[in-house]
Design a protein around this ligand. Structure first.
Ligand code: CMP
Length: 357
């Protein structure tokens, strides 16, 4: 029997093991631990390390089997998680040995696609982020300069130089306000108020740029994914580019597990479905149910006639669908009459009526 299933660690288990390891590292820094507790914690660390050795073996085998270059960050993280603690135990003094296991902080990142997304957002928003950061730098230096000029004679120990005043400027600009350095003069306090308000504006700008970047990036990814799905439906392949973009925006992807009832006979229907992958079964009055596969569509009859669903449709396998809501169907019908005609003729054939009847 293959050992592979025992080597594979799911993302939640991976995060749990990392949390256990890091809590153990933190516990080991507590003073005056009794020897038994210390030994138990160290054994726990060794256990976590052993799990990570298995995970590294799995990553290496997976990479060799699939020639999977995309998993390079996972391989680097898995390697560091095993090697760094070993180096720590070989070279560090006994007091700090367990701190090398702090590298396990990286472990939960091995499953995250978030950082790739963050990288793209930051790269696209870089000019604006640099602009706001420059404003931050200018305000910071200006605030330090004026605080120095205003406060240097009254508080030479805190505002005696621009670098000294810079600590006050950072704390005030970030609106943290530790209160360890406070302007004493009226002018100094007016300056503090202005710096605080500038800080709020600058942080709001940073947050706004990143939030917009995330929103646009996620929308772009959805659009690309929808584009690929729509391109797989033959009915849409003859569309011109403008009409294609219109339909990509209108269709919503959905994955349905095998056995799910997608629509029930007698229900009101507000959407129709295009099958990208998988098969569905339609319970028609005939003894054998009709099966539809990739490229087909269903649920169109309720949209055309306004009547309740004529049959129950369920997923035979896991099905990847694109759904088109009634309003978008009307829009598609007026902008692409040839597609609307194919759908209408299919509905008529299915309902047993002659076209145009
Ligand atoms: P609707 O009535 O909206 O919901 C059930 C769907 O099943 C229906 O639209 C058609 O798309 C589909 N359907 C009903 N009867 C048949 C049939 N005989 N052959 C293929 N599909 C059908």
């Amino acid at each position: 029997m293959s050992a592979r299933p025992f080597l594979k660690i799911s993302a939640p288990l991976n995060a749990l093991v990392a949390a256990l390891g890091l809590i153990t590292v933190a516990a080991l820094t507590t003073r005056d631990l009794d020897p038994t507790t210390k030994l138990s914690l160290e054994l726990l660390l060794a256990g976590v390390w052993a799990v990570y050795v298995l995970q590294l073996v799995d990553t290496v085998i997976r990479r060799r089997d699939k020639n999977d270059r995309g998993r390079t960050p996972a391989l680097v993280i898995d390697l560091l998680a095993v090697v760094v603690p070993v180096i720590g135990f070989l070279i560090a003094g006994s007091r700090d040995q367990s701190l090398y296991c702090g590298i396990w902080l990286l472990k939960p990142l091995r499953h995250f696609t978030f950082f790739r997304l963050l990288g793209r957002v930051v790269a696209r928003a870089a000019p604006n982020l640099v602009g706001v950061t420059s404003v931050f730098g200018i305000v910071l230096f200006g605030a330090s300069l004026f605080a120095y000029l205003i406060e240097r004679d009254i508080q030479p120990d805190k505002f005696g130089s621009i670098p000294q005043a810079m600590w006050w400027a950072v704390v005030t600009l970030s609106t943290t306000g530790y209160g360890d350095e406070i302007p004493m003069t009226f002018a100094g306090r007016v300056l503090a108020g202005l710096v605080m308000m500038s800080g709020i504006g600058i942080f709001a700008l940073w947050a706004g740029i990143l939030a917009t970047g995330f929103f646009e990036e996620v929308r772009r990814q959805d659009f690309v994914r929808n584009w690929q799905l729509v391109a797989a439906v033959p009915l849409f392949q003859k569309l011109g580019s403008a009409a294609f973009v219109e339909i990509v925006r209108a269709l919503r992807p959905r994955v349905v597990p095998a056995g799910t009832i997608i629509c029930r006979k007698g229900e009101a229907g507000d959407q129709m479905f295009f099958i990208v992958e998988g098969r569905v079964s339609i319970q028609t009055p005939s003894p054998t149910p009709v099966e539809l596969g990739p490229g087909s569509f269903f649920g169109e009859m309720a949209l055309i006639t306004g009547e309740p669903r004529s049959a129950t449709v369920s997923a035979v396998t896991e099905v990847s669908l694109l759904s088109l809501y009634s309003e978008d169907f009307q829009m598609l019908s007026s902008s692409n009459p040839e597609i609307a005609d194919v759908i209408r003729k299919t509905a008529e054939a299915r309902s047993g009526r002659a076209p145009g009847e």
